[in-house]
Design a binder for this molecule. Structure first.
Ligand code: PHB
Length: 398
């Protein structure tokens, strides 16, 4: 009886307060699944820096009284069991309203059934295997697919090089890169003279490079996860003298990721890649982004594609929160994400394809050149404009 009376008094007091005070502060919890330890830690670090920079500079763009609590979780690398466990905890225990992040494809695939069951919108900021977004209607992807970069790379390369060798990491994005490049290249008349899938964990690239050198292709197409593996394969390519043997290194932008260029010596000079983001791009939106990045993280630091994935992913999430005035409904959120567009991303105009929930973006051919003493991915040509994931376009026609 006493308790009941107390509850009544408290309720009345709350009512009185709510008549005069501004809307009660509301916190939206976002689970951020990343990699912040192990060989691939730098990938997650850049993604998180992009996310946090966006949040710092756009706090005022949230509806009044709404704040975001970002809950980061580390999978320690590609580890689907761990990713699944962390997502489960975030959904059930922390009651997050959104999930985001995810560097690696196997982790994204492991999380997909959970977000379907729990109806939690899941904004993917990196993982790039084409099939991922078909695995749950609650996925929207703001990053890229390997098909978007590697298919146009193949088409372009066939005009310059008669023969190519393909070397990829043996997991989802590597298989996609191989298939997409091979299709673009052979459809346009190029000849593949060899291909190899290299282990994802701690590979020794030297024996592969020796075999490729002996096969004497005009071009070598490579996909490995960006970050330290990119530098390792670049070193092996240089040390075994493939560049001196006249073999042209080409690939998606993962192999010349902006953050690692300063660690690669001069081997990357002249390397050609197709990709959606370069820190050196001279679009005004990118110049502003790079300036904000350097102000926050130091003049020597350059953002990379993971940073832009984090930045653009948060822009899409803020848009969905704003449009719902902070009251997140999962299905409305997905409807809004489907319609998300940004004409002014640092990478150029972007949109989410309402049908596939995948990013639509430009792809640029870039060459590594030295600018002011520093290596940079210089965009030389836009090879595809407003490109949807080509793999899904091909599936539709089947
Ligand atoms: C992926 O797992 O999908 C992935 C990882 C690293 C990359 C690109 C894609 O650089």
């Amino acid at each position: 009886m006493k308790l009941f009376a107390l509850a009544k008094v408290t309720a009345a007091a709350v009512c009185a307060v709510s008549l005069t005070a501004p809307a009660a502060a509301q916190t939206i919890k976002i689970g951020f699944i990343t990699v912040s330890s192990g060989l691939n830690a730098s990938l997650g670090e850049y993604m998180e820096k992009g996310v946090r920079l966006y949040m710092k500079l756009h706090e005022k763009n949230l509806p009044p009284g709404v704040q975001i609590e970002l809950i980061p979780r580390d999978t320690g690398g590609p580890n689907p069991d761990r990713a699944k466990q962390l997502a489960q905890e975030l959904i059930v225990r922390d009651k997050v309203q959104l999930l985001t992040g995810v560097v690696f494809t196997p982790n994204a695939l492991a999380i997909a059934p959970l977000v379907t069951e729990a109806k939690v919108p899941f904004v993917i900021m990196n993982a790039g295997t084409a099939v991922i977004s078909t695995r749950s209607p609650y996925i929207a992807r703001v990053s890229f697919t390997l098909w978007q970069s590697s298919l146009p790379m193949g088409t372009w390369a066939a005009k310059k090089f008669k023969t190519a060798y393909v070397a990829v990491s043996d997991f989802g994005p590597g298989h996609d890169a191989q298939e997409a490049f091979t299709k673009g290249y052979t459809d346009a008349g190029g000849k593949i003279v060899g291909s190899v899938r290299m282990p994802l964990q701690n590979p020794d690239f030297a024996p592969y490079m020796q075999r490729i050198k002996d096969a004497k292709p005009e071009a070598l197409f490579v996909f490995i996860p960006a970050g330290k593996q990119a530098t390792a394969i670049m070193k092996a390519f240089g040390e075994l003298g493939l560049d001196k043997a006249g073999i042209k290194l080409i690939g998606p932008g993962d192999i010349t990721t902006d953050d690692e260029l300063p660690n690669m010596g001069d081997v990357p000079l002249g390397v050609l890649t197709v990709f959606h983001y370069s820190a050196a791009a001279d679009r005004p939106a990118n110049k502003a982004f790079v300036a904000a990045w350097k102000k926050e993280y130091g003049q020597k630091s350059n953002p990379n594609f993971l940073a832009v994935g984090g930045w653009d992913g948060m822009d899409a999430i803020y848009y969905a929160i704003r449009e719902q005035r902070g009251k997140i409904d999962p299905d409305k959120t997905m409807e809004l994400l489907r319609r998300y567009t940004n004409p002014n991303s640092p990478r150029g105009p972007i949109a989410i394809d309402p049908e596939t929930r995948d990013i639509v973006q430009n792809e640029y051919l870039r060459e590594v050149r030295k600018v002011g003493g520093q290596l940079a991915n210089i965009e030389v040509e836009t090879v595809a404009t407003a490109l949807k994931d080509p793999w899904k376009e091909i599936q539709k026609k089947k």
